[in-house]
Design a protein around this ligand. Structure first.
Ligand code: SF4
Ligand code: ZN
Length: 303
């Protein structure tokens, strides 16, 4: 293998979109520098924030928690929040890993469940949706419910920001999905930072510019514990899978595709935001495209 771009050591990481070649040490510093730069570039944090990190136990949120603690815990208050959707053999195991890590860190923590807050687990939801496409896939309920509980609980925790582990791959998939659905309203809500409003905490995605593969590499290099054994048993229903496969193939063939799609979206965003005014749910204050947000509408549907 060739030499690292920054020193005379053998490179261990080849990042084709650069292209960059790094040894372990310089990959680490490249990854961490980009993380801090993302926070600065999108003005994600001011002084004395209370950041509630959405922690699922997976690699993205565990890396996010690690980095926020490492670089921001002196000036900011960091808290953690886990949401249990009630998915057996999956979330319970992931949350166990999350709790173990959070306890080591001695930070304020909250665990809320779909069952307690909404009266339904995702298994109950799945029984209603099944393969019944007329009321949507199981995942189309899970996401909005999770976002709703994240906001409501973060309000109780006095958060000024909610940080989530969304990475570059997630964001590019969401942009492509909204493009294929011709859904400008939804697309206008994407991005590194979402504006807040009364009762709605602004959301930040500090891993917005970090490709998924690099998050996996960073987690392994820094021995960050996370849950990776199993996939959600309902994930076969996720439309996102088809987009992930298609986009990964494009990125492999044409390195840099992910960053190009992201730049295209960022160039477009001001004009779609002008056209698609931000509105909030009358019932729960969450960002929404109509009078009620999709979580509140979906709750009505399955009740
Ligand atoms: Fe929820 Fe679907 Fe993700 Fe499973 S795959 S956690 S059901 S959104
Ligand atoms: Zn709502």
């Amino acid at each position: 293998m060739a030499k690292c771009d920054k020193c005379s050591n053998q490179s261990k990481f080849f990042l084709p979109y650069g292209p960059h070649k790094y040894c372990n040490k310089h990959f680490n510093s490249f990854f961490e520098k980009r993380f801090k730069k993302t926070i600065r570039k999108y003005k994600m944090l001011s002084k004395n924030e209370v950041i509630v990190v959405g922690v699922s136990g997976g690699k993205d949120s565990m890396v996010l928690l690690h980095l926020l603690e490492k670089f921001y815990s002196k000036e900011q208050t960091i808290k953690a929040l886990s949401i249990d959707e009630g998915i057996p053999n999956y979330r319970n195991k992931a949350i166990k890993v999350a709790l173990k890590e959070i306890k080591k860190r001695n930070i304020e923590f909250k665990l809320v469940s779909f069952k307690k807050k909404l009266g339904k687990t995702m298994v109950d939801v799945m029984k209603k949706t099944g393969r019944n496409k007329t009321i949507g896939s199981t995942c189309s309920y899970c996401g909005p419910f999770r976002r709703k509980l994240l906001n409501e609980t973060a309000v109780e925790m006095n958060a000024t920001k909610i940080a989530t582990g969304h990475n570059l791959d997630d964001e590019v998939q969401s942009i492509a999905m909204n493009f294929f659905d011709n859904d400008l309203k939804r697309m206008a809500r994407l991005g590194a930072i979402t504006k807040g409003s009364k009762g709605f905490i602004p959301r930040i995605k500090p891993l917005y510019l970090a490709p998924e593969k690099e998050i996996i590499a960073y987690a392994s290099l820094n021995k960050i514990n996370h849950f990776s054994e199993e996939c959600c048993p309902f994930s076969w229903q996720a439309k996102r899978n088809a987009f992930r496969t298609m986009l990964n193939e494009m990125e492999t063939k044409f390195p840099g595709t992910f960053y190009s799609i992201l730049s295209f979206f960022e160039n477009l965003k001001p004009s779609i935001q002008k056209k698609e005014k931000t509105t909030f749910c009358k019932k729960c204050n969450t960002l929404s495209s109509g009078t009620l947000c999709s979580a509140c509408l979906k709750l009505e549907k399955i009740n």
